[in-house]
Design a protein around this ligand. Structure first.
Ligand code: ADP
Ligand code: NI
Length: 215
């Protein structure tokens, strides 16, 4: 019964986000799902079904993939309505999804520990080798330069500035990616983040030395 629901949810998510090229494709969802379940298992915390459902659906209402916030919410809520689950479980899944997005640091406070686990898994996918690949894929899609030494690093952005202000993909490392390791909730995710963080730092060092013509 739960297995069937997971399968159905996978199909729905694949159909909605399959061809996205901003780094939010099906494989991102699948990695977040697997990492969330791994963290939950390691921490011996959280209901695996709720975590898996929330991870699978977490980007459905994302503002980048919808014309408006309402449209995204509607898409998610209409799918959830059809599922044969107790209201309380549905509400918990929705609560996780609506509380995890980063959005330049202006996201609402995370409420449940399950939400912390899914948020950790989502944030882990934005760092390390995968995170680097996603940042440049997203930047290219948005039409922003790989790097622009003339721009300064932005602090305390509004959501609008975070999404549409002038920046470069290298700047995104300072505005978000290098901050992620200190924003994680679970010990398991913090451990997983260490190597990924070091890898990004090494990448930046190499990037600048090539940029400056020393490598
Ligand atoms: P979330 O995964 O919390 O929804 P975003 O939607 O902001 O976060 O970002 C999705 C992916 O795109 C992440 O890997 C993120 O690092 C990358 N990304 C977001 N904004 C930028 C940007 N301005 N430049 C480069 N990459 C970005
Ligand atoms: Ni995501």
């Amino acid at each position: 019964m739960k297995e069937k629901m997971i399968k159905r949810t996978e199909e729905f998510v694949k159909q909605v986000m399959g061809r996205d090229s901003t780094g939010h494709d099906w494989h991102h969802i699948d990695r977040v799902r697997r990492n969330a379940l791994y963290i939950s298992n390691k921490e011996q915390f959280g209901d695996p079904f709720i975590i898996e459902m929330a991870a699978l659906l977490h980007d459905i209402p994302d503002d980048k993939l919808n014309n408006s916030q309402e449209e995204g919410r509607y898409k998610l809520i209409s799918f959830m309505k059809e599922l044969d689950l107790p209201l309380q479980v549905k509400e918990h899944i929705l609560e996780i999804i609506f509380s995890i997005s980063f959005k330049g640091g202006n996201n609402p406070k995370v409420i449940s520990s399950e939400a912390e686990i899914v948020q950790d898994a989502d944030r882990l996918d934005a760092i390390g080798a995968i995170g680097i690949a996603r940042a440049f894929a997203y930047g290219g899609k948005k039409g922003q330069p790989i790097f622009d030494p003339g721009l300064s690093v932005r602090e305390n952005m509004t959501v609008e500035e975070y999404r549409n202000g002038e920046s470069s993909s290298i700047h995104h490392f300072y505005e978000k990616l290098l901050k992620i390791k200190d924003s994680l909730h679970t010990l398991t995710a913090k451990e997983m983040a260490r190597e990924r963080h070091q890898f990004m730092e090494a990448f930046l060092t190499q990037f600048y030395s090539e940029w400056n013509g020393q490598a």
